[in-house]
Write a protein that binds this ligand. Structure first.
Ligand SMILES: *[C@@H]1O[C@H](CO)[C@@H](O)[C@H](O)[C@H]1NC(C)=O
Ligand SMILES: *[C@@H]1O[C@H](CO)[C@@H](O)[C@H](O)[C@H]1NC(C)=O
Ligand SMILES: *[C@@H]1O[C@H](CO)[C@@H](O)[C@H](O)[C@H]1NC(C)=O
Length: 495
């Protein structure tokens, strides 16, 4: 997403519309912000004629604020950030990034089977019989068992897997149907609570309408899936969406709002290598910034177009953008300097840079570190900035915050995820799902051995304690079929 994402898009935007300060000389020649009124209207109308629309809005039923974090499956390698390293104490959702799609058929697929399903962690058996889930996805399930308020969503797309038109299949109803059935299979097999789609970016009316149709059809299919399992807790759908005009211009926002559980606004990358001066990259308000972007303005845009406040989630960056050879903030720069994993991008945990001075801007609600000798400036969020953003979420009755991405956070009091969670106050504790009777994995069907799976539908077996997992698996050495019933699983989910 999120990093490379923006280079082109915001370059475009900066040149085109939003980057132009309202009262600057020459602004008269700017394209009006609302020039696409007609386009937006067209999206809405066309969507309304879709066989599946309009539908009653899908409420999100949360009982507190949400605090979401992206877990990236490549984080288990060089970054050595494992699922066990996630501090879930203030998290309500983990967005598991990324899964991919076949651009022709729409088929959903995983991107790294070793990371997702195969890596053995402490406690994983090499000898247990059957077909079992390991890897980071099994760890997600264990986190859910230990934290019943924690929801996990499988995230599709992102900048990388939006390339080469990977999500443009949304204009094809057959491909949408394929995506939906295969994505739900991945959800059921691997034990997720929903689907997140990060489509960067629909670039025509047809793609915007196709995306909204995909979400609407996915909503129907997930509700049917829940009903087929006797599940009363809805599966969730989120979309990571752009804070910049060129990224959101084709989104039929009101129609999407009916089907989404949450909007995750990617409220960062407002400045970077493509900019002409160093500047804040995730400022809440305009302040003195020159980019023309502010999170407040983006949120107001979405709300004005029909997004529900109760579904609006503000993204915050757990990384900074570097600007090299600069005399300070909003000054020309040359190059972006080094970074934690790529040039110009620093993990929050590597910030501030040594021997630099941190400045927190009150008006824009943003921060940066700078050293006049090294002349390196890095724009990033400090705990104070994030606390202020979370307070804004509270003041405006928004749903919560989202963070990209968890491996880059600090621990303890300096953690931005924890700071956000604390400021938001009461967090959503509605229950996740544990029952996946249709999973192809024995250990997911048996809820890690906490329930007995059986091929008879009249079984009254008592639940098997967790310690006897391998015993219970051995008892059903014939692969259980989808008729398996989870005796205690139902009870657990309904408690
Ligand atoms: C069109 O733009 C104007 C000016 O910003 C705004 O007041 C109006 O609500 C917009 N109409 C639609 C349908 O978005
Ligand atoms: C935030 O956005 C609202 C709506 O556009 C606007 O009225 C308000 O002035 C903005 N706040 C700041 C500090 O820019
Ligand atoms: C800037 O960094 C250099 C080392 O690169 C250090 O010697 C100097 O004290 C720093 N300046 C400030 C103001 O901290």
């Amino acid at each position: 997403m999120h990093l490379f994402a923006t280079t082109l898009v915001f370059l475009q935007a900066a040149l085109a519309v939003v980057g132009r300060p309202k009262n600057a000389p020459g602004s008269v020649m700017a394209r009006p912000d609302q020039y696409n009124n007609a386009t937006t209207q067209l999206c809405e109308d066309r969507f309304r004629y879709h066989p599946n629309g309009p539908r009653p809005p899908h409420p999100n039923h949360r009982d507190g604020k949400v605090n979401m974090g992206y877990f990236v499956n490549w984080g288990i390698y060089a970054r050595n950030f494992q699922p066990q390293d996630i501090d879930v104490s203030k998290l309500t959702h983990i967005l598991y990034a990324f899964a991919d799609t076949d651009p022709t058929t729409g088929a959903a697929m995983l991107t790294d089977l070793y990371a997702d399903q195969e890596k053995h962690y402490d406690g994983d058996s090499w000898v247990e019989p059957g077909t079992n889930l390991y890897g980071a996805m099994k760890q997600m399930y264990l986190l859910k068992q230990a934290n019943r308020g924690l929801k996990t969503l499988l995230s599709f797309g992102g900048w990388t897997y939006s390339q080469a038109g990977h999500l443009n299949f949304v204009t094809d109803p057959t491909a949408r149907a394929t995506f939906i059935s295969t994505a739900i299979t991945l959800l059921e097999d691997n034990g997720f609570d929903g689907i997140d789609i990060d489509y960067e970016y629909p670039s025509s009316v047809e793609q915007g309408v196709g995306f909204a149709s995909l979400l609407a059809e996915l909503r129907i299919a997930l509700d049917a899936h829940a009903a087929s399992k006797g599940d009363t807790v809805p599966y969730q759908i989120t979309a990571a969406v752009s804070a910049g005009y060129s990224g959101y211009q084709y989104l039929p926002i009101a129609a999407m709002d009916d089907t989404l559980t949450y909007w995750n606004l990617m409220a960062y990358d407002y400045s970077g290598s493509w900019s002409t001066v160093s500047d804040d990259h995730a400022n809440l308000f305009p302040g003195k910034t020159t980019t023309g972007f502010s999170t407040n303005a983006s949120i107001q845009y979405y709300l004005g177009q029909g997004a529900s406040k109760s579904k609006m989630v503000m993204g915050t960056p757990l990384y900074g953008h570097g600007f090299a050879n600069t005399d300070g903030i909003r000054k020309p720069f040359s190059g972006v300097g080094a970074g934690s994993w790529e040039d110009g991008i620093w993990d929050y945990k590597d910030l501030p840079r040594p021997y630099s001075t941190v400045t927190e801007e009150r008006d824009s609600v943003a921060a940066y570190c700078y050293n006049a000798t090294t002349r390196l400036l890095v724009s990033y969020d400090t705990p104070k900035v994030v606390a202020r953003k979370a307070a804004y979420v509270n003041q405006n009755d928004l749903a919560g915050t989202m963070h990209w991405e968890l491996s880059a956070d600090k621990k303890g009091a300096d953690s931005l995820v924890l700071t956000s969670g604390k400021t938001l106050g009461k967090l959503d504790k509605t229950k996740n799902h544990l029952s996946y009777p249709g999973s192809k994995f024995d250990n997911i069907r048996s809820q890690m051995g906490t329930v007995v799976t059986t091929t008879t539908t009249t079984s009254t077996s008592t639940p098997t304690p967790p310690s006897s997992m391998s015993t219970s698996t051995a008892q059903t050495s014939a692969p259980p079929t989808t008729e398996s019933i989870l005796v205690a699983g139902k009870a657990l989910d309904k408690e």
